[in-house]
Design a protein around this ligand. Structure first.
Ligand SMILES: Cc1cc2nc3c(=O)[nH]c(=O)nc-3n(C[C@H](O)[C@H](O)[C@H](O)COP(=O)(O)OP(=O)(O)OC[C@H]3O[C@@H](n4cnc5c(N)ncnc54)[C@H](O)[C@@H]3O)c2cc1C
Length: 433
């Protein structure tokens, strides 16, 4: 029912949107012909039987793929070498086309669709030939803005959500600190209320998009009470006096995504910039993590499939001992096993998504998928790189970039052990402290 409503809404919106143009007309704001008249060429015939995707999902994916192929992939090598990509330029293209708010409210520029469309989009973004740019887009769409969209005041949404959906503002998320990553409850950054302002002091670490962002969704302590009830999320413009980008962090992977350490030194922010209720920030952030984790798994699925496919192509033509590498049983059996695991993960992701759009709490399933996604990515990267031999160790091939980039999946957004802790809690087997 929800999916049907989503599809109808997409049709409705597509007919009322302005058209995005690059080399050809693409974007969900320009799909009306495809959606209303005939199925797009790549929409599989199975769309009607797909667990969560309709023809509209496939139309959205196809449209996004055009932007990826025309506007992003041709520049990936350069942006990886430069250690940063032009977020404002890329986000404006995506925002114009409607891709930065597929599940966000229509009155703030979104398409008002359900979360399955975000998952479809995340899967398609996996066709970008690096991990850093999809991650930066995901931070904008599914990590910094869900709480704002759900709990923010109309004024706050107008100021921060709408321009983020339109691609006019770049957002970042400030949760992790030098001394607090896995244990979010122990963050130290503080916001003290003075009149109608908060005065913020502290620092955030590992802030994706941090050197280019216009605003940060900042988790701070607003009182000294219990660590789960003393936190708030506040929208902080990055150009305020006292906000300092301390440094851009050099990393093993995700090179085209800028990662910053940010300091807040007596930063004055209006109290109205708080998202929802004071003291509810921890809860809002935990809810926000559900979408972040589903998004990350969806994105990783496509990347894993692409790496497996490119490994099949390479090993089919590369000969050792007078026959293709692929024809050695240990190679084709291993690739078949990895693809099987990918399919299992996809089934888990799609069933979690189906439950989520019906309003269920999917924290346990999302954590399981994130755990499995991180571990499988490590297996896919390691096994496939091995089959490329020396070529796999060069910078010229996707598999070596994937090997570096995907290592983050078991650490960022909650490490594997944090996921295991959550799963144990839901299974009621976590010993009490
Ligand atoms: C490239 C990159 C981008 C990031 N982007 C952002 C961002 O935009 N915004 C943001 O807020 N954060 C961001 N992060 C931070 C990320 O979410 C944290 O790195 C992550 O939560 C882990 O925290 P930590 O690095 O402090 O590791 P720590 O908390 O020090 O943990 C170290 C290790 O301890 C182990 N561990 C953790 N918990 C347990 C346990 N219960 N039992 C046993 N072992 C355990 C895990 O193996 C873990 O890796 C980013 C990180 C990176 C590397």
């Amino acid at each position: 029912m929800a999916l049907r409503e989503g599809a109808l809404r997409l049709n409705l919106l597509l007919n009322s949107r302005t058209f995005y143009k690059c080399n050809s007309s693409v974007g969900v704001r320009s799909l009306s012909d495809n959606v209303s008249s005939s199925a797009p060429s790549s929409a599989p015939e199975i769309a009607g039987d797909h667990l969560i995707y309709t023809q509209e999902h496939f139309a959205l994916k196809e449209s996004l793929r055009k932007i990826i192929d025309q506007e992003i992939n041709p520049h990936v090598e350069q942006w990886e070498a430069e250690g940063i990509f032009p977020a404002h330029k890329v986000f404006k293209i995506l925002g114009n086309a409607g891709f930065l708010g597929v599940n966000k409210p229509v009155e703030y520029g979104g398409l008002g669709l359900d979360y399955s469309y975000s998952v479809a989009m995340a899967e398609e973004l996996g066709h970008i030939r690096c991990g850093g740019i999809p991650m930066a887009i995901g931070v904008q769409t599914d990590m910094t803005t869900p709480a704002l969209a759900r709990f923010g005041s109309a004024e706050l949404k107008q100021e921060f959500l709408l321009p983020s959906i339109m691609g006019d503002k770049v957002a970042c998320l400030g949760v992790s600190e030098v001394g607090a990553g896995s244990d979010v409850s122990s963050i130290m950054t503080k916001a003290v209320r003075k009149g109608d302002e908060y005065v913020i002091n502290g620092g955030k670490m590992w802030t994706t998009n941090g050197t280019q962002a216009d605003w940060i969704c900042l988790l701070v302590n607003t009182s000294d009470g219990s660590p789960h009830r003393n936190k708030s999320l506040i929208c902080v413009p990055m150009n305020l006096p006292g906000v300092q980008i301390a440094r851009k962090i050099e990393k093993l992977g995700m090179w085209s995504s800028d990662t910053a350490e940010v300091f807040f030194d007596d930063v004055h922010v209006p109290c109205k910039n708080i998202i929802g209720q004071e003291g509810m920030g921890f809860t809002y952030q935990m809810l926000q993590f559900q979408e972040e984790r589903l998004w990350a798994v969806a994105n990783m699925l496509t990347m894993m499939e692409n790496v497996i496919q490119e490994t099949i192509q390479y090993t089919r033509q590369r000969k050792i001992f007078k026959r293709p590498v692929l024809h050695h049983q240990s190679v084709h059996f291993r690739l078949a096993e990895l693809q099987t695991e990918v399919e299992l993960l996809r089934a888990l992701l799609h069933s979690a998504t189906a439950l989520y759009i019906k309003g269920n709490d999917v924290t346990k399933l999302a954590s399981m998928a994130k755990l499995k996604g991180g571990r499988l990515a490590r297996e896919v990267g390691d096994s496939c790189l091995q089959f490329w031999g020396g070529m796999g160790f060069t910078s010229d091939v996707l598999v070596s970039r994937f090997y570096r980039d995907s290592r983050l999946m078991s650490i960022g957004g909650g490490a594997d052990e944090v996921m295991l802790g959550i799963i144990c809690k839901y299974m009621d087997i976590l010993p009490k402290k």
